[in-house]
Design a protein around this ligand. Structure first.
Ligand SMILES: Cc1ncc(COP(=O)(O)O)c(C=O)c1O
Length: 437
């Protein structure tokens, strides 16, 4: 088949297809902190791919582990069969998860992890005789992937509005973005912990006996880096515990060192009942996700006759050998290079660099913690997203990859970043903001 000048067969995800295809941005290679574009330019990776390549690109150890595993055993089923790798990987993961979250269910993506966690929560409540607890609570502006469960508890309007009635029995807590009170906060904002109290109102409205679980991102990434106010997550934990409601942290972005420590749960000292993850689990090299579950929840399923399947759920590729090999090699790198501490070590340098942006044109807010930042711009007269998209394009032309979401540009570089890269990144970013006007 002949190549067309404007290839049009790939329906691109979360992309303005016609706009992109009229002027494609194609990446061809990746090494360390840099991509190389198809026209041979070095592009500094300010986004760790899509929040996933935390150990940087082209890690030889991962390539070797994957290659070896492929030649040894390409695939093996994990339904009523097994192989050693997911057992090993689950054990390794339990060494870095918060205390008590020692059971691991494998998936292939963040979206699948979310739907799995919601199903575990519902089935658990039923297993302990609390079958009326069927309601799920998410949060406005939350992003939990694109499965029907995830978009139902999620709170990003565009991801929900075209897709019908979604799951019934879902409520949303208010989001915690409060630019008026917390503008330019460094680290967790001071104001807003009381927004967690809205959960009490939902409990009063529905009765705790009807609510199964609350799911939140400890820090919302996709909706523009929205941080939990100081004390907010603690309040959510207290209220959920008081009412027998499960708490799920969606750590698909925050997991594996993004905000410091292995998980945000540890950085901010709040342990949920379940954690979802994906992305950094394999450094983005092979699709894989996981749900970490408390021993208490797991044990509640392990009743009835030994011959009975305890949880009717799973994916053909749950615990895929190649993904497990990539994840094991990734965890070795994280440990050897102490990468979960990197976001804490570099946090103040990163924050000072961001401070220099505050006086640039059209900056509405800057939010940051660990090695992540959301730089929000004033909305352009031509609509939401216009300004951030222009800056994103300018950055790419100038050799920097950032991520635009609405009026916010998110930065989340690989955790192997050095101070010199931070200088370079913010130099290019500031220049692009000036040029884009
Ligand atoms: C918090 C959160 N949950 C879930 C997902 C979905 O993950 P995936 O795209 O791997 O399905 C994402 C993706 O960015 C995410 O940020």
């Amino acid at each position: 088949m002949a190549h067309t000048a404007q290839p049009d067969h790939f329906w691109m995800p979360f992309t303005a297809n016609r706009q992109f295809k009229s002027a494609p941005r194609l990446l061809e290679r990746a090494e360390g902190m840099y991509y190389t574009s198809d026209d041979g330019r070095q592009i500094l990776d300010g986004t760790a791919g899509l929040w996933c390549c935390n150990a940087g690109h082209g890690r030889r150890e991962i390539t070797e582990a994957v290659t070896q595993q492929l030649s040894k055993m390409d695939f093996a089923p994990t339904f009523q069969m097994g192989h050693s790798l997911p057992f090993q990987l689950a054990e390794r993961l339990s060494e870095i998860t918060p205390a008590g979250l020692n059971r691991v269910f494998f998936t292939n993506s963040g979206s699948e992890s979310v739907d799995t966690a919601l199903k575990i929560a519902l089935a658990y409540q039923r297993a302990i005789g609390q079958g009326t607890r069927t309601r799920l609570i998410g949060r406005e502006l939350g992003y939990h992937g694109v499965g029907f469960g995830g978009i139902s508890v999620g709170g990003m309007t565009n991801n929900r509005k075209a897709f019908g009635a979604l799951l019934p029995g879902v409520d949303h807590l208010p989001h915690t973005l409060d630019i008026e009170r917390n503008r330019f906060a460094k680290g967790l904002p001071e104001q807003g912990a009381e927004k967690a109290d809205e959960l009490e109102r939902l409990v009063t409205l529905h009765g705790a006996e009807n609510i199964a679980a609350v799911i939140v991102e400890p820090m919302s990434g996709s909706s523009g880096v929205i941080l939990p106010p100081k004390g907010y997550l603690q309040r959510l934990r207290e209220i959920t515990r008081k009412h027998g409601i499960l708490l799920i942290f969606d750590e698909v972005i925050t997991g594996f060192g993004r905000v410091g420590e292995a998980f945000a749960s540890q950085r901010w000292g709040v342990t949920p009942d379940l954690i979802t993850c994906a992305k950094g689990l394999t450094n983005g090299a092979v699709p894989m996700g996981a749900v970490f579950v408390s021993d208490e929840l797991y044990d509640a399923f392990m009743t009835g006759p030994d011959s009975a399947i305890e949880f009717f759920h799973g994916y053909t590729y749950s615990g895929h050998p190649v993904a497990c090999a990539a994840a094991l090699a990734t965890l070795d790198i994280y440990a050897r290079e102490n990468l979960f501490q990197k976001a804490i070590e570099l946090e103040s340098y990163w924050q000072s660099a961001l401070k220099n942006l505050e006086d640039l044109p059209h900056i509405a807010d800057i939010r940051t913690v660990g090695l992540v930042a959301g730089v929000q711009f004033e909305t352009h007269a031509e609509g939401v997203g216009k300004r951030a998209y222009g800056i994103f394009r300018q950055c790419y032309e100038d050799g920097l990859l950032v991520r635009a979401s609405g009026d916010t540009i998110a930065l989340s570089p690989p955790l192997i970043i050095e101070k010199s890269h931070i200088d370079d990144l913010f130099g290019r970013f500031a220049e692009a903001i000036r040029k884009a006007g």
